[in-house]
Each structure stands twice: as structure tokens, then as C-alpha cells.
Write a protein that binds this ligand. Structure first.
Ligand code: AMP
Ligand code: ZN
Length: 126
């Protein structure tokens, strides 16, 4: 979709710090750098939010959310993770291409949100 920043990432018009990719789904680091490892998981086809996304695509996206969360806990040293998804402006959605946020947690690792995204990517990617 024209003028959608996440579609531009999918079409490689703008770069991203990729964590995971398959035929239908892409995951990359959020540029906000408010939390270490903050990851976004999106379908490659443009949908505004959960409501206008078909069930099959939604379940493929959720499967990748689970795969990445599991990878962060089993392979990357985290002990848990948060999953967030906003549907609509008042809910806090600012990019209107369906996405799930994943934020891995383990305070004992003392990982700073300021860590360069290249370094975060090197620790987290598949
Ligand atoms: P939301 O507020 O739930 O719609 O989340 C949108 C997220 O997209 C925010 O956390 C932004 O920091 C993030 N974001 C916006 N542009 C980019 C980009 N070019 N690359 C990575 N993340 C982005
Ligand atoms: Zn889009």
C-alpha cells in the first residue's frame, strides 16, 4: 500500500533490522529504542489491524509471534516476553499496518535500550 511505512520496509524501499522472515511474515526491530529487543511482527500483505485481517493470515502472524518469543527465551537468555497489539487510534495504534510488538524481558541481563540496533539484531535474529 502506498504511503505505508511497513509496506515500504517489505518492499525494501526503506531498511530494517530484520530478525525473521518467511513467505508471509516479517519481523524486525522497532526503531523507537525504548526497550531492548523491541520487535515488530507484520504480515507481508497490508491489513490495517486484526479486524480487517483474514483468520489464516492472522494465525500465521501469531505463530511467528510465538516462534520469536520462544526463541528469545530458549536461545537468547530472556526469561519472558510481552506481546502487545493496538487496533485503532485511541488504542494507541500509530502505524496502520497490522503489527504485534514483542518485548523480551530479563532484568538480570542489564541490557540497555540504547544498545545499537545492529548489536541487538546480532543477538536476536534467527
Ligand atoms: P503502534 O504505536 O502500536 O502503531 O506501533 C508502531 C511502532 O512502529 C512504533 O513503536 C514505532 O517506533 C515503530 N516504527 C515506526 N517506523 C518504523 C520503522 N521505520 N522501523 C521500525 N519501527 C518503526
Ligand atoms: Zn502496509
Amino acid at each position: 500500500m502506498e504511503d505505508c511505512i511497513f509496506c515500504k520496509i517489505i518492499n525494501k524501499e526503506i531498511p530494517c533490522y530484520k530478525i525473521y522472515e518467511d513467505e508471509n511474515v516479517l519481523a524486525f526491530l522497532d526503531i523507537a529504542k525504548k526497550d531492548y529487543g523491541h520487535t515488530l511482527v507484520i504480515p507481508k500483505k497490508h491489513y490495517k489491524n486484526c479486524v480487517d485481517c483474514d483468520e489464516k493470515t492472522l494465525s500465521m502472524v501469531i505463530s511467528v509471534v510465538k516462534k520469536i518469543g520462544k526463541h528469545y527465551v530458549e536461545d537468547c537468555g530472556f526469561n519472558s516476553f510481552v506481546v502487545l497489539n493496538a487496533n485503532g487510534e485511541e488504542a494507541g495504534q500509530t502505524v496502520f499496518h497490522l503489527h504485534f510488538h514483542i518485548v523480551p524481558k530479563n532484568s538480570e541481563l542489564n541490557l540497555s535500550a540504547d544498545t545499537p540496533l545492529e548489536e541487538q539484531q546480532a543477538r536476536l535474529r534467527f
